[in-house]
Ligand binder design. Structure first.
Ligand SMILES: [Fe+2]
Length: 385
């Protein structure tokens, strides 16, 4: 019998006002000085006020790094690490979308491990215990609050580095749906479809296991039902809550079961064309699902059932209906196409070989139910335009 491990944050608070527990949780770690890692909008909009007030209530000192203005790069990690060393923080609170949380994970590791973050690309390379991270997501998507993964773009090589280690798992996740109410429609769609991709890929992954299956199928069910409602009715707290719960479950699922071909192909699109992560996933998901169905009709049929679709004549037909449903959700949420984002055949041609090679090198396509050769990945990129 095979053996599996499930690693998740030791403490997860989920529900309204969870963010206000930041101070009490930081105190539990005997923190002397906290560094909050966020972006400028989170500060100006007051989204982080609940976190700050809770630190004040506990009498904790804090500094703020608000420079995470886009998906994380080497520069963000270096800048934030320099501030941490200057201010002497001993605990990090990441507040924002996946980007500040990913920066916090990288900084928590590089504060105590030698060398450069580029030295740690891949799995399980950190040797020292990282500073504790409390993750407070403000989108319902990346699941970064519950994963042992960080993605940092190496801007010198145009590569999105996938860095994973149990040591960078946030010690606490404060998952508060009230923080997602102000998300604009485009961000709701992109982050929510990222979460749907996590859920589907974790379920069909070759590394899927019984404990991740429960989380992944629950996430598919929640996100496919409630994301379109949250998108159409931004103030609908029930829809926001259920979508965020699905995103959290999907994060826990894929952190342990891995993602697959969509994510493998998506990262080079982001690195070279600066398309936001959730959008590039959404642009690829339909084509990649159609390609992948034959690798495991049974599992894709189960995905369809989780979306509330009826059993058809056989698993092949049921699986195909699930892929069609996913395409319809993406269409409904008005995600721009790659062509609309300026990625043309002419722009793709000179770089598509490198993109396919980088996708394969990331390892994620190796988890796909149907393995794709380099030529097939290239064809999928063109088909997704
Ligand atoms: Fe993702």
């Amino acid at each position: 019998m095979s053996i599996n491990v499930l690693r998740v944050p030791p403490t997860i608070w989920f529900g309204e006002d969870a963010a206000k527990r930041a101070g009490a949780e930081a105190k539990r770690f005997k923190a002397l000085k906290v560094l909050i890692i966020t972006d400028a909008y989170m500060v100006s909009s007051g989204t982080i006020n609940g976190v700050i007030d809770s630190l004040k209530e506990e009498g904790l000192q804090y500094d703020i790094y608000s420079g995470v203005d886009q998906e994380p790069t080497l520069a963000h990690v270096d800048e934030c690490l320099a501030l941490l060393k200057k201010t002497g923080g001993d605990l990090l609170i990441a507040c924002g979308g996946g980007s500040p949380i990913d920066v916090a994970k990288a900084v928590s590791a590089m504060a105590v491990n030698p060398g450069k973050i580029q030295d740690y690309m891949g799995a399980d390379k950190f040797t020292a215990d990282c500073l504790p991270v409390i993750a407070v997501p403000t989108t319902a998507g990346t699941g970064s609050e519950a994963t042992a993964v960080t993605i940092i773009t190496d801007t010198e090589r145009d590569v999105k580095m996938l860095i994973s280690s149990p040591r960078i798992m946030p010690r606490v996740a404060l998952v508060d749906p009230l923080l997602t109410l102000k998300m604009p429609k485009g961000l709701t769609a992109a982050t929510g479809l990222d979460a749907l991709t996590h859920a589907i890929e974790a379920y069909v992954s070759r590394k899927a296991q019984p404990m991740t299956d429960i989380l992944a199928l629950s996430a598919v069910k929640l996100i496919s039902k409630y994301l379109p409602i949250a998108w159409a009715e931004p103030d609908n707290l029930e829809a926001r809550t259920k979508t965020m719960l699905g995103a959290l479950q999907a994060g826990m699922a894929f952190s342990n079961a891995s993602v697959a071909l969509v994510h493998g192909m998506s990262r080079p699109v982001g690195a070279l064309f600066h398309v936001p992560h959730g959008v590039s996933n959404a642009c690829l998901l339909g084509e990649v699902m159609d390609f992948s169905l034959s690798g495991n009709y049974e599992r894709y049929a189960e995905v369809a059932r989780a979306m509330g679709l009826p059993d058809l004549a056989d698993d092949v037909k049921t699986a195909e209906s699930g892929a069609a449903k996913v395409r319809s959700i993406i269409k409904k949420l008005q995600v721009p196409t790659l062509t609309e984002l300026g990625v043309s055949r002419d722009k793709l041609a000179p770089v598509v070989e490198k993109m396919a090679e980088d996708a394969i090198a990331s390892g994620s396509p190796g988890n796909n139910p149907r393995l794709a050769a380099k030529e097939e990945i290239i064809q999928l990129y063109y088909a997704a335009l």
